[in-house]
Design a protein around this ligand. Structure first.
Ligand code: ATP
Length: 264
């Protein structure tokens, strides 16, 4: 199969999720993620961000509504190798080296081997020298970076990142946020990124969706019309800081709107 890179919009229609036991994680949501855009999902801890991402990935079934990716179900797109995920807890195969874990992703997507691409990506995520290391001997942050290389090596149409830099120190985190987007942006990859860092959201995204406390619903939809690359000069700018402040206010407002009514 050829590389799947291409432009695919994601449409969520009346999408909701109630877990067994009655916990509603996602309120019915209507949203379209434009093909080729990067959208950051931010919201309070436990609000349903990961559940929303898992619904888009087809790793959870909705209890209401549907997800369509370029008109097809997530399951159909996954079967084509069109969706890559890098989640908080990277599930690398423990018996394989970093290099073999990254290379395996292409094999699983039925793509021809591309050793040069594997080496390039390992270098770009800062793991040169650890190619022959197995996951148990890596730090948490190194495992996350290996998972990002693995997610990118297939050139996916859809890239779903759940706190991909969560276990990485702040300096490396900012470096990755700067260095990695050029790998997927020119390919027109539709990217959803869950993050707790508003700085990261504004650095990476074209659009930020601010979610309410559980069940997740959209409380603000913020465009990020900043030029790229978003280097240190830009992230120090007044426009950048204003967007971070706007997202921060929306988060606080979403929280306040959901606070239990004070006793009369
Ligand atoms: N498989 C499951 N069964 C039952 N409840 C679940 C399941 N998965 C998640 N939940 C619940 O759904 C809610 C939303 O969880 P989710 O992981 O989507 O939140 P989140 O916003 O990603 O959280 P965090 O920011 O802390 O990672 C939580 O109350 C969680 O306990």
């Amino acid at each position: 199969m050829a590389e799947t890179g291409g432009r695919a919009p994601i449409t969520c229609t009346g999408l909701g999720k109630v877990f067994d036991g009655g916990v509603r994680a996602v309120a019915p949501i209507d949203v379209t993620f434009a093909a080729g855009a990067t959208t950051a999902l931010v919201g309070p801890s436990g609000c349903g961000k990961s559940t929303l991402l898992r619904l888009v990935a087809g790793l959870e079934d909705p209890t209401e509504g549907e997800v369509r990716i370029d008109g097809r179900t997530p399951a159909a797109q996954r079967a084509q190798g069109a969706i890559s995920v890098a989640f908080q807890d990277p599930s690398l195969l423990p018996w394989l080296t970093v290099r073999a874990n990254v290379a395996l992703a292409r094999k699983l997507a039925r793509q021809p081997p591309d050793p040069a691409q594997v080496e390039d990506l390992i270098g770009l995520v800062g793991l040169s020298g650890s190619e022959e290391t197995r996951p148990a001997a890596l730090s948490g942050g190194m495992r996350q970076r290996a998972a990002i290389a693995r997610a990118l090596v297939t050139g996916p149409q859809i890239l779903l990142l759940d706190e991909p830099f969560g276990a990485v120190d702040e300096l490396t985190r900012r470096q990755l946020a700067r260095d990695l987007p050029p790998l997927w942006e020119p390919r027109g990859t539709t990217t959803l990124l869950v993050t707790h860092s508003l700085h990261e959201a504004v650095t990476l995204a074209d659009r930020i969706l601010v979610l309410s406390p559980r069940p997740a619903r959209i409380v603000a939809d913020i465009a990020v019309p900043l030029p790229r690359p978003r280097d240190a000069r830009l992230t120090d700018s007044a426009e950048f800081r204003a967007l971070v402040a706007r997202a921060s206010q929306a988060l606080a407002q979403g929280d306040a709107d959901n606070a239990p009514m004070a006793a009369q």
